[in-house]
Design a protein around this ligand. Sequence first.
Ligand SMILES: [Zn+2]
Length: 365
Amino acid sequence: MTYFSDNYFQARSRWRAAANLHRGRLESYEIDAVAPSDERLTIDVAIFGNPAAQKVLVISSGLHGVEGLFGSAVQLATIESYLATQQLPSDLAIVMVHILNPFGCAWYRRWNEENIDLNRNFLVGDEVYQGSPPAYPSLDSFLNPRSAPSRLEPFLLKSLGLIGRYGMSTLKNTLPVGQYDFPQGLFFGGHAPSQTRKILTDHLRSWLGAAQRVIHLDLHSGLGKWGTYQLFAELNQDAVRYQWLSEHFGDNASLERNRLLTVDADDLVYQPHGTFGRWCQAEFTDIAYDFLLAEFGTYPMLRVLKALRAENRAHWWGKVADKSYQRTKQELLEVFVPSSPQWRKIALDQGLDLCLSGINALVKT
Ligand SMILES: [Zn+2]
């Protein structure tokens, strides 16, 4: 049996059924947007264990829409292979948040119903929803052509040309950082808080119950080496926390280095704005809150970028009936949730391991 589902509704109904069967308390939050089939979309939450527990493991999926078909599989596996058979310790609860961007998942997009990259929408303090990295405006015409995707276009040549012109590090520090000026473009962070953010603002605290200690695992895919994962933590140079998290989560034979990276590390791939993790930690300063973004690697970055760009063009300028529209959706799914049984097995095993490490880390706290 596979834990992977083909589409949002299949994933949701399997996950809800499993959560319900294994004593999860379910809540559903409808968003104001529909699926291609016109069906209503929801963010779903299941809480397992003692609602008064002081230690809480949060496992969230699908902040980036289509990636949710991977995260949902890990969540389902965690329910069916762990929660179905084990009693949680009385001071520990698990809060599972299922597909934070249901629109993106249902439409096979990374972005939400407003074209927002939700992991760039969580600005904090006096940050404003405007501005872009310096090189973004000059890359706009390449990244976001105002036409349906074409197979004939020399994407690779154009990309290599840009890498030659701007340098790889400029591109890496421009593309995924987040921008607030091009609402139809890639990596748009929004002009205001998204529906997902509002739902979290209103309810995350109540889902956490009496938590004093939280570890939050946010599941993603599409960045990094095939079949491996890395964890990104917002630690503000806190060496003690890094050490502790490293002991519980950092061990990594396949990457030959600690899998735990921090956003202030020099080797970080990019420095994004408006991340969900930073917001959670800013929102819950009264709770010892560790947020780990787990990135499961799939294909090389240029293939992923190519797929994102083509899908965005199809979304804005293509027609659903066009072959190219369907093809771009298929490819987007492939780059974020590869169909390879080998990838699915490795990624799922590691995802499950990560969730169990979360439980163990809290048990030992
Ligand atoms: Zn992601």
